[in-house]
Design a protein around this ligand. Structure first.
Ligand SMILES: N[C@@H](CCC[C@H](N)C(=O)O)C(=O)O
Length: 290
């Protein structure tokens, strides 16, 4: 057995990822990380398991980075090359980008002390500033929550209506009185394809304290139910504030995998939460070659 590419496993509030360090784009992942390989890596029985894959790579080595970042390419040394577990690309991942910065620091590619004011990271939704907090967590300036309509989704035999919100990626945030812990989210939602032509992430939200504290469960596009969704937490926090007639405030968001904090104002949204690396190892040639 030959030891081959380095691989890390980590999570942000239990939204878990396979992380592939490939700083110079010269590693195995650049060539072989297609949709089928992402699905194999994320397979919880035959692979490593995860809600998605993050490749740690410099923007200069990502062919589509220039298309999505334009003139801001030069300001983003690093690019969060993210894929959902089904192999699809997403514009943004709020838990993934915190883990991305944590992994860059732990791999010795960035100095934590230099990240306090944040570093700009390229994503397929554009550049995002992400930084380290004094207590070991991470914050991300996610950009503004943009409401683009009102829609509904059918899940577990019920119809949930709510606000359509873009965090770069599409969300339906539905505030409901149905206890979200009682729902069966094992099947994909039906939704309005005209409102969500690219698919949608669905957040089902219980209000704990109006405009201040919510809890949610989420069914993610390209993944299924996950234990957390950072962009979903932002969309839900925006919707919870809007429900009280406000456009700004700080909302605590409890997800099955932990707690996030979301600061909303009309200009932007700041997501704060943990990032954890669980293990580091190598992919075996035997598995790669199969
Ligand atoms: N878990 C992520 C969101 C990942 C992308 C999403 N599934 C989509 O396709 O839009 C997060 O933490 O934001």
């Amino acid at each position: 057995m030959t030891a081959t590419p380095r691989v890390l496993i980590g999570h942000g509030t239990e939204n878990d990822f396979v992380v592939l360090p490939d700083p110079d784009g010269s590693g195995w992942a650049g060539e072989r990380l297609d949709a089928a390989m992402v699905r194999r890596l994320c397979d919880r029985r035959a692979g490593l398991g995860g809600d998605g894959v993050l490749r740690l790579v410099r923007s200069a080595h990502v062919p589509d980075a220039a298309d999505v970042l334009g003139p801001e390419l030069a300001a983003c040394e690093w690019f969060m090359d993210h894929r959902n577990a089904d192999g699809s690309y997403a514009e943004m991942c709020g838990n993934g980008i915190r883990l991305f910065l944590h992994a860059l620091i732990e791999e010795g590619l960035l100095d934590r002390a230099a990240c306090t004011d944040g570093v700009l990271v390229g994503t397929r939704g554009g550049p995002r500033r992400v930084g380290a907090t004094a207590d070991g967590a991470y914050w991300v300036d996610m950009g503004p929550a943009t409401e683009f309509g009102h829609g509904s989704a059918e899940l577990d035999g019920r119809t949930f209506s709510g606000r359509a919100v873009s965090m770069g990626n599409p969300h339906l945030a539905s505030l409901t009185d149905v206890d979200v812990d009682t729902l069966d989210l094992s099947r994909a939602p039906r939704f309005d394809a005209e409102l969500f032509p690219e698919g949608v992430n669905v957040e089902l939200v219980n209000v704990v304290e109006p405009g201040a504290h919510i809890r949610l469960r989420v069914f993610e596009r390209g993944v299924g139910e996950t234990r957390s969704c950072g962009t979903g937490a932002c969309a839900a926090a925006y919707a919870a504030l809007a429900d009280t007639g406000r456009t700004e405030g700080t909302v605590l968001v409890d997800v099955p995998g932990g707690r996030l904090s979301v600061q909303v104002d009309p200009r932007t949204t700041v997501l704060t939460g943990p990032a954890v690396l669980v293990s580091a190892g190598v992919l075996c040639q035997e598995w790669l070659g199969a």
